[in-house]
Ligand binder design. Sequence first.
Ligand code: SF4
Ligand code: SF4
Length: 94
Amino acid sequence: MSKMKLYIGASNPAKTSQMKTGDWGTEWAYVDEEKCIACGQCVTFCPEPAVELVEKGGKKVAVVDHDYCKGCWVCYTVCPVEAIRMETKDIYKL
Ligand code: SF4
Ligand code: SF4
């Protein structure tokens, strides 16, 4: 009998100064801290070390590091409360 493995798309990459990916895409992710419920989905599924949960004003919220955000929209897709928006970088705005 063959075994089937199920992989969930979580990653845990490390930050390195040599592998900054923040200038790859045309957009960056931004978190609405009022809406964020700190579920950690964006942290789990972000393919880069670009999102972390931090303590702010007595609550935990997701914060995006634009040095590493490559604008892939994964966090936007998995956020259950629509707390993430994608914005075109200024240099790509007409
Ligand atoms: S857009 Fe992609 S790289 Fe940027 S924070 Fe979201 S999941 Fe991470
Ligand atoms: S997925 Fe959305 S609600 Fe959950 S931590 Fe990230 S921004 Fe906050």
